[in-house]
Design a protein around this ligand. Sequence first.
Ligand SMILES: [Fe+2]
Length: 197
Amino acid sequence: MKRAQFEELLLQSLEHEKGGVKVYTAALACATNGDLKEEWQKYLGQTTKHVEKLESLCASLGIDTRAERPGQLVVRSVGEALVRAMELAQSAGDPSAAQIVAAECVVLAETKDHLDWELIVKCGEELSGSEAASVKQVADAIEDEEDEHLYHSRGWCRELWLQSLGMKALLPPPEERKHVKTAIGAARAEQAAERQR
Ligand SMILES: [Fe+2]
């Protein structure tokens, strides 16, 4: 494994989690569904903790988090664009449309989050000794939460769109009601939902 690129991955992940705090804060301002607000409030709390855990992981691996690399700036600008998109939607004065935009922005943000942690787990398997143990300890706790963030948010996004189309929507989505934490679980929940429509 290329050490410099592993450091790049951790720094991008840290930048993305920091952006995630802002994305969830903006998304919560757009949320009108009570269950969704509760869900995103929980994810905001978890994302805030991910920032702290990644900062201490970087410190334990001797990675300087103050240096700003080009990759981090790109990640930051994507996060800022998602926040701007939600603010724009909110200012248009249609709360239901703004809530859907927020759900899409959360899905986009969580897609990279999910990828980051999947890769961090793989990198951890390449390390040895105390470094491997530190990565494993952090990643084991976070990866499950990231699965939930992505699959549940995708379910919310799809069902909010269906509701807006005047079609039968299942809210909260089956992914949340079934506590889905895997891709196969998400596919099964979606299949079961199709049978209910
Ligand atoms: Fe996340």
